[in-house]
Design a protein around this ligand. Sequence first.
Ligand SMILES: [Fe+2]
Ligand SMILES: [Fe+2]
Length: 189
Amino acid sequence: MENIIKSLAAKLTSKRLGHSLGVSETARVLAERFGAQPEKARLAGLIHDCARELSNNNLLQMAKSFGIVISDVEMANPSLLHAPVGAYLAKAEFGIMDEQVLQAVKLHTTGGPAMTILDKVVFLADYIEPNRSFPGVDQIRNLAQTDLDQAVLAAYDQTLRFVIAQGGLIHTASVEGRNFILLNSIKNE
Ligand SMILES: [Fe+2]
Ligand SMILES: [Fe+2]
């Protein structure tokens, strides 16, 4: 873990490194609360943004070289690729082979359907770690005290509202992820 933090420090601004440490610790706590493996959450949280500061060109090139299928929305907004590219980079550069950890990194930005508890915990930690401050974050922090799915749902809602207000493109994985949770909660009623 110490070695990873050192090489992250060379890749990321100190602000982003602070964010990554915040996500790591928040993900660990959420994992303990909701029943994912805390060590995996801690690791995934630490490395989740390892590709965040690559240029758009670099992200596109690396995505191609890793064989990642680039959607139209990602082509128009390459920074979204930092999540899947980060998963490959974590394997190549940090030797992380744990597929559950790599999947949580891959899904941390858009979310997606059928996420594991570990995936959700990292997705949510990215949203609510202590350095985050935006309107509505405290409400999601409160939900994250008791209900993982409702907190993840609120994070999707907030992100989608924000993207729509900006006139931006919506990634289909976010829509699928949000529908998945809603359909599940209807089934369980
Ligand atoms: Fe990210
Ligand atoms: Fe992040």
